[in-house]
Design a binder for this molecule. Structure first.
Ligand code: HEC
Ligand code: HEC
Length: 308
């Protein structure tokens, strides 16, 4: 055995050893004591609040209409409370926008009845409440682009926030309903509570990393990486499409905690174990680890075995 060959072998072993050491070090170094939600969680309790005006704060306008209700966790506001415009101004604007953008499918009275008298092709919007209308417009699902889809997709919204709120105000004036549009205080939210509630109530459909998943009959639970805090609360309170609404089962505090977990931890993950690899899940990430690790070892082995 030549001296040249054994030097080469020692060098190869050193490279492998260094790689192994580096991977161990990177894991240990980044696994700092960022509070692990698993360790601190316990089920939240609180007065169930369905997004209906049965809470501690209720504000009425001069005509006695409820324009705001809720608590420290979530305040539900009428569209006019969220824009600089009065309810009357919003209604006028909203009616015009509705006729241009929505009436062709949902009917001029928003009851799902078309001018031709056809019913049943498109849903009625009567009695859905402003949060529902705001959700479907602000997530870009409405106005629908393709009515042959089983489920309307999230898109860049066609209407501005104020236009959406104006339409919500007008549709709601036809038959007032709740919930109003939520404004959530995520700053005071508790991510650890949010995590356990999320795991229990949401992960089955949206997956534990919030990546989304297919459901039955060509429908799917979308990724939660794009939704705003308001949209998360609206989805939980109104239950779009095949999603259940959690109106009786989660208190406003619990909804706030889940929303904090989604917008802080899911949308900006901390990855204490090293690289996040896109949160693909243990199988896919294990595969990447294997491919990289075994691949590197094989390269090293080929190099060692190469004796020319
Ligand atoms: C091209 C036809 C079309 C247009 C235009 C349209 N929609 Fe829709 N809308 C639909 C269809 C189809 C659905 C059902 C989609 C689904 O279930 O995924 C729907 C569902 C909805 C829902 C959910 C109803 C429910 O019961 O949950 C709301 C709210 C809604 N639309 C509001 C609007 C508003 C507001 C506009 C105008 C800005 C609008 N839509 C414009 C076709 C349309
Ligand atoms: C039974 C399955 C199911 C469960 C459980 C569920 N969802 Fe959903 N979720 C859906 C579906 C389906 C949609 C899409 C609805 C549509 O577009 O028609 C959705 C949509 C959403 C959206 C809108 C996302 C976007 O970008 O537009 C958010 C946010 C959301 N869900 C959050 C939650 C949270 C938080 C929970 C737990 C409290 C939860 N979901 C529980 C099925 C589910």
């Amino acid at each position: 055995m030549s001296l040249r060959f054994s030097l080469r072998r020692i060098a190869a072993l050193a490279v492998i050893g260094l790689l192994a050491l580096l991977s161990v070090l990177s894991t240990v170094a980044s696994a700092d004591s960022d509070t692990d939600p698993m360790l601190t969680s316990s089920m939240g309790s609180g007065q169930p609040n369905s997004g209906q005006p049965n809470s501690s704060i209720v504000t009425r306008d001069k005509n006695g209409n409820i324009v705001q209700y809720g608590n420290d966790a979530i305040l539900y506001k009428s569209p006019s409370q969220l824009t600089g415009k009065s309810a009357e101004q919003l209604r006028l604007l909203g009616e015009a926008l509705y006729m241009q953008n929505c009436a062709s499918c949902h009917g001029t009275k928003a009851d799902g009845v078309l001018d031709s008298g056809t019913t049943g092709s498109f849903p009625s919007l009567i009695g859905l409440g402003p949060a529902t209308i705001d959700f479907w417009i602000s997530t870009g699902r409405m106005p629908a682009a393709d009515t042959t889809l089983v489920q309307a997709n999230r898109k860049t919204p066609r209407l501005t926030r104020e236009q959406g709120l104006a339409i919500a105000e007008w549709v709601n004036s036809l038959s007032p309903a709740y919930p109003l549009v939520p404004e959530v205080n995520t700053t005071d939210g508790n991510s650890a509570e949010g995590f356990s509630l999320y795991a229990l109530n949401c992960a089955a459909c949206h997956t534990i990393t919030g990546g989304g998943n297919a459901l039955a009959y060509g429908t799917y639970a979308p990724s939660l990486h794009s939704a705003s805090a308001t949209e998360v609360v609206e989805a939980i309170r109104t239950g779009p499409g095949n999603m259940p609404n959690f109106s009786g089962s989660l208190s406003d505090e619990q909804v706030r905690d889940i929303t904090r977990y989604v917008t802080a931890n899911i949308q900006n993950p901390a990855n204490p174990g090293g690289l996040g690899l896109g949160g693909l899940g243990p199988v896919a990430e294990g595969f990447i680890g294997l491919a990289l690790g075994v691949g590197l070892l094989m390269l090293a082995a080929f190099w060692v075995g190469d004796r020319q």
